[in-house]
Design a protein around this ligand. Structure first.
Ligand SMILES: Nc1ncnc2c1ncn2[C@@H]1O[C@H](COP(=O)(O)OP(=O)(O)OP(=O)(O)O)[C@@H](O)[C@H]1O
Ligand SMILES: [Mg+2]
Length: 456
């Protein structure tokens, strides 16, 4: 697959996130650098350390959104995690190393899927033959004839065999034309019932849990059971089974480990939640403790996964945190040093809100219009109305609390509440929301500070 250029990446992000150009640019370069590093001479590759990024900005301005969209176009193992989910070793919760294990698991699945596509054709061919065997079981052959099979053809094909081949081909044609889709066949399927071994997964235990399950899975003979299924379903099951058989898991694992170590990306969201250098006392998990645990992983260490050892030296970390809670300087110094690139996201303005309401492919307004369409109601929000909503959003953000674009969600919900409630009875109508309607619904609320604090 052709890797995206930084400009292409920014353009793809532009479809969903308005503004925040600096942040998009930084992540686009970082993503491209993953690919560049793969191209340089091997002896240099080891020297090129990833330049981890930290995105800082107020709440609700697109940090997480950038990560979500980035994940789709990364073409590399990409894991988004919340820093707040992790706890210091020894506490109940997930230990930080589990993020590397998750990333590895993800990479293995990614490579496996690719392999599946690669072997799909072959798997389909074999599966088709097996299905034909099921639809037209071969005649029981006297054992004595078995060794003579190869020479069958020489003595002239027996008439019965020839008509069998014909029948088989006919069935094959029916199969392809979908004429057997309603037929049932009986199939031997692997019985997925592995003895349930539930292990209390505290920190670090989950991996063991998995390994034990695997162990048991292999320990007990694979049970099979017979099931009656329709032909198309049988075909899919056989294809899956054949694909599994054709995939070389050793190769998949090797390739996956390679990808994780050389092009893996971890997006560490909510870093602010573990920022803070205070020494927690009592039963609280110390945030600094989580940071200390994070450090070796970000700096480069080896993590044991069920697929093998993973070196984290070249994994790229992109962190994000809300600036109103914490500053980078709230991180322990060693960790600050590991995130040399800082990008700031801007607080959103009324102009941004207008664009956020209308431009993204998943724009909020579009969502409402489509939802109303399902009720047979044609919803139109006039430009002046959009402008008005954006202004009000900015106003509430300035006066109550700046929650960024999330404010639009509360405003829109309030604004369209009645229309949404009555829509089924207004089938066939065209409802136009103009600036006056917006004012009628929202202005009073916005003016009243106490009310807006609760409702908007
Ligand atoms: N610049 C933007 N363009 C388009 N939509 C945005 C933008 N900023 C925020 N949004 C929308 O607002 C919502 C909240 O944004 P997001 O989750 O990215 O906030 P955040 O920056 O991660 O905030 P927090 O620090 O609270 O986690 C999302 O649904 C997102 O689609
Ligand atoms: Mg977020």
């Amino acid at each position: 697959m052709q890797p995206f250029t930084p400009k292409q990446i920014v353009r793809l992000l532009d479809k969903y996130v308005i503004g925040q150009h600096e942040a998009k640019k930084a992540v686009a370069i970082a993503l491209r650098n993953r690919w560049r590093r793969q191209q340089v001479p091997a002896e240099l590759q080891d020297e090129i350390a990833p330049k981890n990024i930290i995105m800082i900005g107020p709440t609700g301005v697109g940090k997480t959104e950038i990560a979500r969209r980035l994940a789709r176009l990364a073409q590399a193992p990409f894991l988004k995690v919340e820093a707040s989910k992790y706890t210091e070793v020894g506490y109940v919760g997930r230990d930080v190393e589990s993020m590397i294990r998750d990333l590895t698991e993800l990479a293995v699945n990614m490579v496996k899927e690719e392999e599946k596509v690669r072997v799909e054709r072959r798997a389909r061919e074999v599966a088709e033959e097996r299905l034909l065997d099921l639809l037209l079981p071969p005649p029981p052959r006297p054992p004595a004839e078995e060794p003579a099979r190869a020479s069958d053809g020489e003595g002239g094909v027996p008439v019965a065999a020839e008509s069998r081949t014909d029948t088989r081909e006919k069935i094959r044609r029916f199969l392809k034309e979908g004429r057997l889709d309603e037929r049932f066949v009986e199939l031997e399927v692997a019985d997925r019932k592995i003895p349930v071994v539930e292990i209390f997964s505290g920190s670090g235990m989950e991996e063991m849990d998995v390994q034990i399950k695997d162990m048991f899975g292999n320990l007990f003979p694979k049970k099979t059971k017979r099931r009656k299924v329709k032909v198309p379903e049988a075909m899919e099951m056989l294809v899956q089974e054949e694909a599994q058989r054709l995939i070389d898991m050793d190769r998949v694992t090797k390739e996956a480990l390679d990808r994780v170590q050389h092009s893996g990306i971890i997006f560490l969201d909510e870093l602010d939640k573990v920022a803070g250098r205070e020494h927690a006392s009592g039963p609280d998990v110390s945030r600094e403790g989580v940071q200390r645990d994070l450090l070796p992983i970000v700096e480069g260490s080896t993590v044991n996964t069920k697929y093998g050892m993973v070196r984290t030296d070249h994994i790229l970390f992109i962190a994000a945190g809300a600036s109103h809670v914490a500053k980078p300087s709230d991180l322990i110094p060693e960790l600050q040093g590991r995130f040399p690139i800082r990008v700031e996201l801007n607080s959103l303005t009324a102009e941004d809100f207008v664009r956020i309401l209308t431009e993204p492919e998943n724009a909020l307004l579009r969502q409402y219009v489509e939802m109303m369409k399902t009720e047979g109601v044609e919803l139109e929000v006039e430009e002046a109305a959009i402008r008005r909503i954006a202004d009000l959003a900015q106003e509430v953000n300035a006066e109550a609390e700046d929650i960024g674009a999330r404010r639009l969600y509360t405003l829109m919900e309030r604004l369209l509440e009645d229309i949404s409630f009555e829509a089924p009875e207004r089938k066939g109508e065209r409802i136009v929301v103009d600036a006056a309607y917006v004012d009628g619904k929202l202005d009073q609320l916005v003016r009243d500070q106490d009310l807006s604090r609760y409702i908007l």
